[in-house]
Design a protein around this ligand. Structure first.
Ligand code: BES
Ligand code: MN
Ligand code: ZN
Length: 508
């Protein structure tokens, strides 16, 4: 679906040929390798109608140009503005991703099935990395969830680009291919997570998580274990079982392992797999409740990342992924406010609000996973609190951790892949907010610092293990406006951050 072409792009047959041009900083001519495009841009550039600003597009029909088909062979030509190219780092990578997303959006608008995209010169970024980011943007924007759309008007018919070709002319083909593969792997994995999340709560249940993992293990060298309700009872996973009490659908704890050598460190990933959050007896308001099918985005991110791990096979790490999965319903046997439950590690919890359920599941999964797999570091992802949206909006993921080194690595990974995070503090003052009169703790921390008290609850279950918690409630859907993220619906957040973290892993 995405390939390298070593032909002269102007001579390539395509429905759409795309060039990327940096913003005009006093230049008389746009910086573009095609003399034909520079010619076509002569007037738009002079008049200031197209100056290479981020998001700007200029499309034309080469056949109408003086040289006709001797100039550019493609049916349509598109120029996409990159903005002023950053010198280095995450910014320039994001510029390429955004530009790739803009190109795909334009291609979809004019139903261009075959797109040739020409990699621009990026002094601050190696060709391999540029190819990675461009491929990522092109593919991430080529996403659609139309499975349940049966009656579409003709002009509503969903369109996706079928073939992307990237041209890098004089750049080394081997490096470009390597970069493109990295970008495509990451983007496709994020799209897998989006697909899972887009399914309604009744179609994507704990069983679907389990089946996805089992199938993945069958066709790769991952190992899959699924703990069911009876296993959980035996093991004493009172948190997951409590949340599941009000449901007619049994819970699962889905585990995927990627094993290399015992000598390598083990990274443990945990994702909240709450397939629908009604709030339980502490029922949520009706408005917007349908979005609570997305409460499994942490679990989706973790499993989708494992799919990419199975493909890339990092040599320096063991990875184990756990997804505690259930819905949170208010059936006749439902958990009641005031109930006291016992977690896997023996700690008791007074459930004051049944809508603070994510932490109950994660507590068991964290304690069990740490005991069983003895990881060197733990990262959990969860749509855990509405409070993180109050604090950070839909632009950044909340990050809370007991380990500065792990924080640095995660912040760097987020920066590399355009999924920014912001660290919030932990501390005994916050943990104190969870004090209960009748149990070891309660599941809500009262007024103030909702995201932090939720993380402080989890912290009780990780001991000294280096651990980081990503609160993705604000970013898992309705993520900040970007060309390569659907404006509505799940973003696939976390998948690429996890992959970047794994690819660049440094022992803690
Ligand atoms: N899944 C929700 C958090 C959430 C809210 C995600 C809005 C995305 C958008 C979580 O289970 C929850 O209900 N949290 C409560 C906790 C509260 C009762 C302490 C919340 O944030 O309101
Ligand atoms: Mn809830
Ligand atoms: Zn929830």
């Amino acid at each position: 679906m995405i390939k390298l072409t070593e032909k002269n792009p102007d001579q390539a047959g395509a429905d759409l040929l795309v060039y990327f041009v940096p913003e005009d900083d006093g230049r008389k001519k746009p910086a573009c390798r095609s003399a034909h495009v520079v010619k076509a841009l002569q007037h738009p550039w002079k008049e200031g109608d197209f100056s290479g600003k981020e998001g700007q597009v200029y499309q034309f029909y080469p056949a109408d140009c003086p040289k006709g088909k001797d100039g550019i062979r493609a049916t349509r030509a598109l120029v996409v503005g990159l903005g002023t190219l950053a010198e280095q780092g995450g910014k320039i990578r994001e510029q390429l991703r955004i530009a790739g997303g803009t190109a795909t959006a334009q291609a979809r608008k004019c139903k261009a099935a075959k797109v040739v995209a020409v990699l621009p010169d990026t002094p601050g970024l190696a060709p391999e990395d540029a190819a990675e980011c461009l491929a990522e943007g092109l593919i991430l924007a080529n996403y659609l969830f139309a499975k349940y759309k049966k009656k579409l008007a003709r002009d509503e018919e969903p369109f996706l680009v079928k073939n992307f070709l990237i041209s890098g002319s004089e750049m080394p083909a081997k490096a470009l291919r390597k970069g493109m593969k990295k970008g495509a792997d990451a983007a496709l994995a994020a799209c897998v997570a989006r697909d899972m999340a887009s399914e309604p709560g009744s179609s994507w249940t704990p069983l679907q998580f389990a089946e996805y993992a089992r199938k993945l293990a069958r066709r790769t060298d991952l190992q899959c274990t699924v703990l069911d309700k009876a296993d959980m009872k035996k093991l004493g996973m009172g948190g997951i079982l409590a949340v599941n009490q009000g449901s007619a659908i049994p819970p699962k704890l889905v585990i995927l392992q990627y094993r290399t050598s015992k000598k390598n460190p083990t990274l443990m990933l945990v994702g909240k797999g709450l397939t629908f959050d009604s709030g339980g007896i502490s029922l949520k308001p009706a408005a917007g409740m349908e979005d609570m099918k997305y409460d499994m985005c942490g679990g989706a991110a973790v499993l989708a990342a494992m799919e990419a791990v199975a493909r890339e096979k990092p040599a320096n790490l063991n990875i184990v992924a756990l997804v505690p999965a259930t819905d949170n319903m208010s059936g006749p046997a439902a958990l009641k406010p005031g109930d006291i439950i016992t977690h896997y590690n023996g700690a008791t919890c007074e459930v004051v609000n049944t809508d603070a359920e994510g932490r109950l599941l994660l507590a068991d999964a964290l304690a069990y996973g740490i005991k069983k797999y003895n990881p060197d570091a733990v990262v959990d992802l969860a749509t855990l609190t509405g409070a993180v949206i109050v604090g950070l909006g839909h632009h950044m993921t909340g990050l809370l951790s007991n380990n500065d080194n792990l924080v640095e690595q995660i912040l760097a990974a987020g920066e590399l892949c355009g999924e920014p995070l912001w660290r919030l503090p932990l501390g005994t003052e916050y943990t104190k907010q969870l004090k209960s009169e009748v149990a070891d703790m309660k599941n809500i921390g009262g007024k103030g610092a909702g995201t932090i008290t939720a993380a402080a609850f989890l912290q009780e279950f990780v001991g000294d293990t280096p651990w980081a918690h990503l609160d993705i409630a604000g970013t898992a859907w309705n993520f900040t406006e970007k060309s390569y993220v659907p404006p509505k619906g799940p973003s696939g957040i976390g998948v690429r951050t996890l992959l970047a973290l794994i690819r660049n892993w440094q022992p803690i």
